[in-house]
Design a protein around this ligand. Structure first.
Ligand code: SF4
Length: 245
């Protein structure tokens, strides 16, 4: 079996754990976020085609060194069979398995969760389900309007709510001046996830690598700005497990 995989980092550090993880970058994504910091991974390219048996050998080689495997992208859920195949192999090696997703493919995520193939799900929670969502993700197509995409994401949240005791859930949101910065927007997002056993990380937009060159003119929000959002959210929903990273 083949897959579109652009890069493998054999044993790298990750920001959410002290342990080493093998990182596998799947290519292809259905969103086109203007602030995307992996623009080279948005298309599936011929030179990204790899044999999964070679990736599995590399996982076996690293199994004694790493705690687990983090599959990211791009959007890994685009390649369902390859994901099932690789994660099943990781499970047989007793490795932790983490997927980093934009949440747009609830059916794929469901099959992974149902088969107990994931230790953790990291979901980019882009925005509230309002007009801001399309502004950020530029995800609608001729075949799929934004409302249908947002319905899929709501389905993913429902799914994560069902599995939050078996699988660790982490949401991540990028705070972007001019796009996602109003405290009311964050409160609306908080209300969507407050009943999920999860943690939520807010991170400041960075203009060092971006898909849309115009985003280079936008400056990073200050730490104080982010702290004010957190203070507001905690006041409104005291039990919310939200922090700045
Ligand atoms: S930031 Fe957006 S466009 Fe980039 S990989 Fe993630 S979901 Fe896709």
């Amino acid at each position: 079996m083949q897959a579109f995989i652009s890069e493998i980092v054999p044993a790298g550090s990750v920001d959410f754990s002290k342990d080493l993880f093998m990182k596998i970058y799947f290519s292809g994504c259905d969103f086109k976020c203007s602030y995307c910091n992996t623009p080279d991974l948005l298309e599936t390219k011929f030179d990204h085609v790899v044999e999964l048996k070679d990736i599995k050998k590399e996982i076996e080689r690293q199994a004694g060194t790493v705690k687990g495997v983090l599959i990211t992208g791009g959007e890994p859920c685009f390649q369902r069979q390859a994901l099932l195949n690789l994660l099943t192999h990781c499970k047989s090696l007793k490795l932790d398995t983490i997927i980093h997703t934009n949440g747009s493919k609830p059916d794929v995520l469901k099959s992974l969760l149902k088969n107990e193939l994931l230790t953790q799900v990291i979901m980019d929670f882009k925005s509230p389900f309002t007009k801001t969502f399309e502004k950020i993700t530029k995800s609608q197509t001729f075949f799929k309007p934004t409302n249908d995409i947002m319905k899929d994401l709501l389905e993913t949240l429902k799914l994560l709510r069902q599995y939050d005791e078996k699988t660790k859930i982490l949401f991540r949101t990028t705070v972007v001046p001019g796009l996602l910065f109003r405290k009311e927007d964050f409160l609306e997002m908080a209300k969507e996830i407050e009943s999920i056993l999860c943690s939520w990380e807010l991170k400041a937009f960075s203009n060092s690598v971006v898909l849309d060159k115009q985003m280079r003119n936008i400056t990073r929000p200050t730490q104080t700005f982010l702290e004010n959002i957190i203070t507001y959210l905690k006041k409104e929903i005291p039990n919310l497990n939200v922090k700045i990273v």
